[in-house]
Design a protein. Structure first.
Length: 124
């Protein structure tokens, strides 16, 4: 009879150990998820604050004036405007094409090939 109670006690102890272990593991997983969500929340709050700052800046008069000048070309009444000829968005070439000579549309390697393989006669 004592042996039966002993076996039942050991089985109950093993069962309770498993239940407690499972509860501890679930608690650990929940804590990890909470930490991850808090980190995510901090990131989103920072991003939200940055967006609020950007909205506040966009609503200022200085931003509106800057954009009007940049996109619409508006100027103040007492300002002088300097207009540069040519397309300012394209890079400027340091070598101007010779008058009457068109710019070559050949690729660079073809130009080099022609340079080295062209028949050149030396005159003394």
């Amino acid at each position: 009879m004592k042996k039966t109670y002993y076996i039942i006690g050991v089985i109950a102890l093993i069962y309770l150990t498993i239940l407690v272990g499972k509860a501890v593991y679930i608690n650990y997983q929940t804590d990890q998820r909470v930490k991850k969500l808090k980190t995510n929340l901090d990131t989103l709050e920072t991003e939200n604050q940055n967006l609020k700052n950007q909205i506040a800046y966009v609503q200022t008069e200085s931003f509106k004036e800057k954009e009007a000048r940049r996109k619409l070309g508006l100027v103040k009444p007492d300002e002088k405007v300097v207009i540069l000829s040519g397309d300012t968005n394209q890079p400027r070439s340091s070598v101007a094409p010779v008058e009457g000579q068109e710019e070559s549309k050949k690729s660079n390697y073809k130009l080099w090939w022609e340079y080295f393989t062209k028949d050149k006669s030396f005159k003394l």
